[in-house]
Design a binder for this molecule. Structure first.
Ligand code: GLY
Length: 349
């Protein structure tokens, strides 16, 4: 095991927790399981294929793949299986997998016996730099994604960067899209760091944001940089783009919009393109999606505050939440971004 990087999520009130990053970090799992736990329920998916050793008696509970498995029924089944096995309130759940697994395992831990400890072992890039950190847990309803959930902070998180070596290329790209956004959230030249340092740098940014706004009353929304167009691209495009690919396009679009609103200059937009393309991620909206529909879906985004559209945009003092952006301005920028001509299109500079 190489030397691990430890980042603390400084929640205060005795709830601080460590995130251990590096090759071989999974070996430290027993250190994060509470001393009082006699049993550990390991929640994972069959395709993950990573055996963990929590240091006490444990049993593996497997959930299904993909969004259809992210349901209240899956959580109810898990809780029934925990109860049949005899898991008690002083025991512990360990989630091993990507964001879907840690969201589901975390939510099961949050509601079983009204809340038992959970440790996350994130095995995807997206999970390591985002989903497993910060305590958001939940499942989908037929009416929408992540509509049922809880804030339930883990006792610790393991980001074993050696597990990323076997990620399928598209899963890797999905993580890179989220990684790219951290360049504008204080990450600077993340591309100059090695993988464990890069993951740890993203974790440190997220830890700081979460500690300052655990329940997303304000600053935590910055983590949604690039996500307003991204969610619309995913919805209108029926998820042909993976989330991180959509975020990559959303970041460049957000830069174009910020420039059109007079918040940043052409050089800042070029920097967005350089970073996103540097990760070999897409920077253009795919053909075949309707501009008006994309704008309409952006207007329904659950993060919208009051009139107009809400974006996270770069500006003179950095990235911030900007409510009340006029839909016609968004449409004009999007049309020009897509190379569509129109009277409202901004002249190329
Ligand atoms: N993934 C965004 C957040 O945790 O707030």
């Amino acid at each position: 095991m190489s030397e691990l990087i430890e980042v603390t999520v400084p929640l205060g009130g005795g709830r601080d927790y460590p995130v251990l990053v590096g090759d071989g970090a999974l070996e430290s799992l027993p250190d994060l399981v509470p001393d009082h736990a006699r049993r550990v329920a390991v929640v994972t998916q069959s395709g993950i294929g990573i055996d963990v050793e929590p240091g006490v008696e444990h049993r593996v509970f497997t959930i299904g793949d993909g969004e259809p498995a992210k349901t209240t029924a899956t959580v109810a089944d898990l809780c029934s299986e925990f109860a049949r096995w005899g898991l008690t309130r002083s025991d512990c759940v360990v989630g091993v997998g990507g964001g879907l697994v840690t969201d589901v395992a975390g939510f099961a831990a949050a509601v079983y016996h009204r809340g038992i400890p959970v440790v996350h072992c994130a095995t995807t890039l997206l999970g390591q730099i985002d989903a497993a950190i910060g305590g958001k847990t939940g499942v989908n309803l037929p009416e929408g994604k992540n509509l049922v959930g809880a804030y339930w902070q883990p006792r610790g998180v393991i980001c074993d960067t050696a597990t990323l070596a076997s990620l399928p290329p598209r899963e890797w790209r999905c993580g890179l899209g989220e990684l790219a956004k951290y360049h504008w959230l204080g990450g600077g030249r993340l591309d100059e760091l090695d993988l464990p340092e890069r993951v740890a740098a993203c974790v440190a940014i997220k830890a700081d944001v979460v500690a300052s706004d655990e329940r997303e009353g304000g600053r935590r929304a910055l983590l949604n940089y690039g996500h307003t167009l991204a969610h619309s691209l995913e919805t209108v495009g029926h998820h042909d783009l993976r989330h991180g690919e959509a975020v990559a396009i959303g970041l460049v679009f957000a830069a174009e919009l910020a420039r059109d609103l007079g918040r940043i200059d052409d050089a800042a937009v070029a920097e967005h393109r350089r970073v996103v393309s540097g990760y070999d991620l897409p920077v253009e909206v795919p053909a075949g999606l309707d501009t008006d529909e994309l704008v309409a879906v952006m207007g329904r985004d659950k993060k919208v505050l009051g009139e107009g559209l809400t974006f996270v945009l770069d500006g003179p003092t950095g990235v911030e939440v900007v409510p009340g952006v006029d839909a016609s301005a968004v449409r004009a920028t999007l049309a020009r971004f897509r190379g569509e001509s129109g009277p409202e299109g901004r002249a190329e500079t």
